[in-house]
Design a protein around this ligand. Structure first.
Ligand SMILES: [Zn+2]
Length: 259
C-alpha cells in the first residue's frame, strides 16, 4: 500500500471520530432545549387548568353570596307579609318570596354544575401534575447526562485533535491536499475496495483496475474510484477468497467485441 494512503486511512478514522464528537456536542444542548420547551408547554397547560379551577371557585363564591342575599330578602319579605293589611298586599309578598325561592333553586343547580366541572378539572390537574413531574425528572436526568457526555466528548476531542495534527504532519503535502479536497466534497476521502466494489459509493471497480489495485497493492500511486473519486485501498485480509481473481477480458476478445 502507498505509505501515505495507510496514514490517510488512520487520519480518516480520526476525522470521522472528531466529527461524531462535534455532532454529539452540538446535538445534546438541542435535546436539553427541546426537553425544556416541552416542560414549559406542560406547565402552561397545567396553568390553564389551574386558572379554570380558580374561575369555578370564584363563580361559586358569587353564587353563595347571591343565595345569602336572597335568603335575607325572603326573611325580610316574610316579616313584611306578617304586617300585610290587604289580600292584594299578602299575594304580592307571596309572589316576591316564590320568585326569590325559584331564583335560589336555579343558583343551586348552577352551583352543582360548577362543582361537577371542578371535579373534571381536578382530574385534569392530576394528570397535568403527573406530566409536569415526569417532564421535570426527564429534563434533570437528560441535562446531567448531556453535561457529562459533553465534558467527556470535549476531552476525547482534544485527544483526537492532537492525534490528527501529528498524523497530518507525517503525510506528504500533495496527498494531504488531495485528501482534504475529496473529504470536503464527499465527507470522506478514502474508501475500501471490497469484493470488487467501492464500499463508499457501492459501484463496481472495473476488472482491470481491481486486479491492478490488488496486485500492485497501490504501492506507487494512489488509485481513485472512477465513480466517486475517493482514494481506494485494498485489504487482502478482508476480501472474500472466492473473489480473489477476476478474469480480465483478453485483448483478442476486446478486439473482436469492438469490430
Ligand atoms: Zn466510489
Amino acid at each position: 500500500m502507498h505509505p501515505d494512503l495507510e496514514k490517510l486511512i488512520d487520519l480518516q478514522k480520526h476525522d470521522i471520530e472528531a466529527k461524531r464528537l462535534r455532532d454529539e456536542m452540538a446535538a445534546l444542548p438541542k435535546l436539553v432545549a427541546s426537553l425544556t420547551a416541552k416542560l414549559e408547554a406542560l406547565k402552561g397547560q397545567r396553568a390553564v387548568v389551574v386558572g379554570l379551577i380558580a374561575k369555578e371557585e370564584a363563580l361559586r363564591r358569587g353564587q353563595e353570596s347571591d343565595v345569602r342575599d336572597l335568603k335575607a330578602k325572603i326573611a325580610r319579605v316574610k316579616k313584611q307579609a306578617e304586617l300585610a293589611t290587604t289580600a292584594v298586599q299578602a299575594t304580592a309578598y307571596e309572589h316576591e318570596i316564590a320568585f326569590a325561592e325559584a331564583k335560589i333553586s336555579g343558583i343551586e343547580d348552577a352551583e352543582l354544575e360548577s362543582l361537577e366541572r371542578t371535579d373534571a378539572l381536578e382530574a385534569q390537574k392530576k394528570l397535568a401534575d403527573a406530566a409536569v413531574g415526569e417532564a421535570e425528572a426527564t429534563l434533570a436526568r437528560e441535562s446531567a447526562r448531556a453535561s457529562e457526555t459533553v465534558a467527556a466528548d470535549r476531552k476525547l476531542l482534544a485527544e483526537v485533535e492532537k492525534l490528527r495534527a501529528s498524523e497530518r504532519a507525517e503525510i506528504g503535502e500533495a496527498a494531504l491536499s488531495v485528501y482534504d479536497r475529496i473529504a470536503k466534497a464527499k465527507g470522506t476521502a478514502v474508501s475500501e475496495a471490497l469484493n470488487q466494489k467501492c464500499t463508499a459509493c457501492q459501484m463496481m471497480v472495473r476488472p482491470q483496475r481491481w486486479n491492478e489495485l490488488r496486485d500492485r497493492n497501490n504501492d506507487d500511486q494512489m488509485m481513485t474510484c472512477e465513480s466517486c473519486g475517493r482514494l481506494l485501498f485494498y485489504d487482502p485480509a478482508r476480501d472474500s477468497p472466492q473473489r480473489k481473481t477476476v478474469p480480465v477480458e483478453s485483448i483478442a476478445a476486446q478486439i473482436v467485441r469492438s469490430l
